[in-house]
Design a protein around this ligand. Sequence first.
Ligand SMILES: O=C(O)COP(=O)(O)O
Ligand SMILES: [Mg+2]
Length: 220
Amino acid sequence: MARIPFDIVLFDLDGTLVDSSGDLAASLNHVLKAMGRPVVDLETVKRLVGRGGRVLIREGLALSGESSEALVDEGYPIFLEHYAAHICDHTRPYPGVEAALDALVAAGASLAICTNKPERLTHLLIDALGWRGRFGAIVGADTLAVRKPDPAPAREAIARAGGGRAVFIGDSITDAETARAAGLPFVAVSFGFADRPAEALGADAVIDRYAALAETLAAL
Ligand SMILES: O=C(O)COP(=O)(O)O
Ligand SMILES: [Mg+2]
């Protein structure tokens, strides 16, 4: 396999390593029903993921009427309780993820996650996927006082994973902005949840399948 010119490969989680849209949609719709609102479809939910659960609820409510911080305060605990209980009912890795992660590790890279999912839920999901121990660092939305697109969580994840030359892999504009702010090369996945085509994220490269990741990194 081609040499990987990076010490750390930093991944976003939702829409990048895993398709979590089914479970996120079920939990958002559980909140919307509890608040007397119509449910939303999967494609709509995918557009709203990437900036954390509160934004998901705020924008989910806005689709059918009033949306306010007070309503988000009401809905968010309902969301957290439901999502924690259904964290991996339908969530699955994208095809080829595990083989690609194994190949990166075999090539000497350390792996890390930087997500806007709360840290506790991230660990729940990682454990449910059988991925405990695969990542040298997991930084969530509430690990630090700031979240993506602030560069601090990405820098923290890189430091915790051992430091060195890093690259960021993600699916959304939040990830692209995080990478730019942190001064990291950015690889976009085309199959994630972004609200725009991957080609419009300003990435250094775009992959449409995990089998292409190692050679793409080698060419950066
Ligand atoms: O918005 C979220 O809840 C998490 O999304 P991310 O894993 O893509 O950062
Ligand atoms: Mg994402």
